[in-house]
Design a protein around this ligand. Structure first.
Ligand code: SF4
Length: 471
């Protein structure tokens, strides 16, 4: 999926002007943060598990070619057909062609961000294939005609009050009570016959297990089983970085994933798929296809400045703890993946020129890396994008000029001190009650918040007088 054509600044303005969005974001990220903190506190081995998770992912990344071939061999032996897709377009074309070959009129989908990444919902709609999203949150997103705004809670930008109105309008037997349970029941009733009448099911995978050729999908609603068992054909789409050597490795990462994503000890449902229905099986698909997607991943593998991003297990913790995401929500990022991990990944998929603002929007406070269960140095990777943007000449002339002036002044101490002293005096002239509400040159800041008036003397003046050394 390409980055939105609306500018980043316009998306930010729209997000900041929406008080309902802020309420929805606060409810979800606040709960996620609390639950994760409690889950980590109750799991004293978390740091050791984190080291192990990182080591597993680094090992697989180092030997990706070996594990990909092992996975293909074992998946094929179990009766699956493995397809390779180098780009998003190729991946969605393979899936649509498979659906057409199965003469599919209706498909059911289990939430997968990779599906969004390759533009699958749009490709299925364009092919005239009726598509039903079976995750509760994705069902909401589909009804609203939205895009997911979070990788774990795709409809977090909607309040329950908005969802209630939507369900009452769209569901055949709407809920009567204004409770979450009643709304869930309403969605369940609405989706039941879709599960049973679909021709093809499409799911993602949290892990691809090399030594068995199985795929592993985790959900909290049980919709993976319901989606993938009745239809004639099951198609799994997965990024090539989802490989793990064996089942114990998948479980080691699962312990980190679930605590970081939802704060639970275990996911409600952990589903393994290994080949199509076998003689004697009561249900399961007649055909089982796995589409392995590159779409820029091998480029990241070859790039020392991005390689560590392949460790990502898509838990969403970095966005739940990000001060920028918590103000804007996911849509403002414009690409498939929001938050700090999205700010690193979007330039890979959509090009740096279209998405260079994302790295600049980061405060580099480091909280994302602190909570990342596989210790990805997200701030360092974002700084890397800033460097490339500068080197590629993508920064606007005003920024280059401003930084040039700053470099000139900052490298001449006497000039710097003089400039700082003048700036402090000018800022005091614009201050009122300790705050600057507007001032030439500070517009980008004061458009959204006041700026504090500098107090007392500058640091250099205090240091020169010996004040700092005495205290
Ligand atoms: S970057 Fe880390 S915290 Fe963010 S989604 Fe990926 S694994 Fe989770």
């Amino acid at each position: 999926m390409q980055t939105s054509v609306v500018s980043f600044q316009a998306r930010v303005d729209a997000a900041l002007a929406d008080p309902t969005l802020k309420l929805a974001i606060d409810r979800t990220t606040g709960t996620a943060e609390r639950k994760r903190t409690a889950a980590v506190a109750a799991f004293p081995q978390f740091e050791a598990a984190r080291d192990r998770g990182k080591a597993i992912k680094d090992h697989v990344i180092e030997h990706l070619d070996h594990y990909l071939l092992e996975f293909e061999r074992n998946a094929t032996a179990s009766g699956a057909k493995v397809h390779w897709a180098s780009s998003a377009d190729e991946a969605s074309r393979i899936v649509v062609d498979l659906c057409r070959r199965a003469d599919a009129k209706r498909v059911t989908r289990v939430k997968s961000m990779l599906g969004e990444e390759i533009g699958l919902p749009h490709a299925l709609d364009a092919a005239g294939i009726e598509r039903f999203e079976t995750d509760l949150a994705e069902h909401i997103v589909q009804l609203a005609g939205d895009r997911p705004s979070h990788i774990v809670w795709p409809s977090m930008h909607r309040t329950r009050e908005q969802v209630s109105v939507m369900f009452k309008k769209a569901h055949r037997v709407p809920h009567r009570e204004e409770t979450i349970e009643a709304m869930v029941d309403s969605a369940r009733r609405e989706l039941r016959d879709k599960f049973l009448s679909a021709d093809v099911s499409i799911s993602g995978a949290n892990f691809l297990i090399a030594d068995t050729g199985a795929t592993c999908t985790v959900t909290n609603e049980g919709n993976a089983e319901l989606t993938t068992s009745p239809p004639r054909m099951h198609i799994v789409t997965a990024g090539i970085e989802k490989l793990v050597p064996s089942l114990p490795h998948a479980f080691a990462l699962l312990r980190l994933l679930v605590r970081s994503a939802t704060g639970a000890d275990v996911t409600q449902y952990t589903t393994f798929h290994c080949g199509p229905r076998q003689p004697g099986d009561h249900d399961g698909p007649e055909e089982f296809h796995i589409v392995l997607v590159d779409n820029g991943r091998t480029k990241m593998l070859a790039d020392a400045g991005l390689r560590e991003m392949l460790r990502c297990i898509r838990c969403g913790a970095c966005m739940n703890h990000c001060v920028v995401f918590r103000q804007l929500g996911g849509h403002a990022y414009g690409g498939t993946y929001p938050g700090p991990m999205g700010a690193v990944l979007t330039p890979v998929f959509d090009g740096l020129e279209q998405s260079r603002d994302l790295a600049h929007a980061c405060t580099l406070n480091g909280k994302c890396q602190e909570v990342c269960p596989v210790n990805i140095p997200l701030p360092t990777l974002l700084r890397g994008w800033r460097d490339r943007s500068w080197r590629d000449g993508l920064e606007p002339a005003s920024m280059r000029f401003g930084l040039g002036v700053f470099t000139f002044v900052a490298s001449r101490p006497r000039l710097y001190r003089l400039g700082a002293a003048v700036a402090v005096r000018v800022m005091r002239l614009f201050g009122l009650g300790g705050w600057i509400r507007s001032m030439p040159g500070l517009g980008a800041w004061t458009a959204y918040r006041d700026f504090p008036v500098p107090e007392g003397r500058t640091f250099m003046a205090r240091y020169a007088s010996g004040e700092g050394r005495r205290s």
